[in-house]
Design a protein. Structure first.
Length: 230
């Protein structure tokens, strides 16, 4: 009987581990051991390091799941020896030498880009009054309000940092595309899913925060990936 892998959930920009709060109980109820990382969002290298250490600390095979910027993080952290697979949720999947900025430059800026505000310390925020329409237009209004108010800013350098050798070249990967995404263009998501040779790609009628608006479908893909990587 295959051993169920541990699941490490990796948040993206403007969020923290609590962005997975709708998905965590669904995975827990299926008998998975789940942990959610709290990354500093200060540089890609520091976030990869934090996630790599958490993954390596798990006892046994481990599946990494990244949302948005968290996809760039698991692309690097996936080299931990006990990581057996990667799941990208409306996420960046860079190749070596890519930056998030270079991936964005392949197309016109997404609508949500106009809501990003830099501060004097070099961190980027989403304007609170534009958060829902930019990050998750299909979220419940109260859910979006909490995310907007509690958002964790990301260092601007994270969009310039270059990705190292990608774990998706040696580890099986899965991808969820958000068809109505206003933060990462859906066409870019499809291109990345094809480039990483996703074992299964699921397309949802969802905004960027699909982990909150469509948790059942997101959890189902994670469970399937866990079975395929076990």
């Amino acid at each position: 009987m295959a051993v169920k892998p541990n699941i490490v959930l990796v948040h993206g920009a403007w969020g923290d581990g609590s962005h997975w709060r709708q998905v965590i109980p669904l995975l827990h109820d299926r008998g998975f051991r789940v942990v959610a990382v709290q990354n500093p969002l200060t540089s890609l290298a520091e976030d990869v390091d934090r996630t790599s250490k958490l993954a390596a600390a798990q006892d046994g095979p481990t599946l990494l799941v990244g949302h948005s910027y968290g996809g760039a993080v698991i692309t690097g952290a996936g080299h931990a020896p006990n990581v057996v697979g990667l799941v990208y949720i409306a996420a960046f999947a860079p190749d070596e030498g890519d930056s998030l900025g270079s991936i964005f430059s392949r197309r016109e800026p997404p609508p949500g880009a106009s809501s990003i505000r830099p501060d004097k310390q070099g961190f980027l925020w989403i304007a609170q009054d534009m958060f829902r329409e930019s990050f998750g237009q299909d979220l419940d209004e109260r859910e979006a309000l909490v995310m907007a108010v509690a958002q964790k800013p990301i260092a601007g350098r994270c969009f310039e940092d270059l990705s190292g050798a990608p774990a998706w070249k040696s580890k099986p990967s899965w991808y969820q595309v958000s068809k109505n995404d206003r933060t990462i263009p859906p066409e870019t998501q499809v291109w990345m899913a094809e480039r990483i040779k996703s074992k299964k790609t699921v397309t949802l009628e969802a905004g960027h925060a699909s982990l909150a608006s469509r948790p059942s479908e997101v959890a189902a893909l994670i469970v399937e990936a866990a079975g395929g990587s076990a």
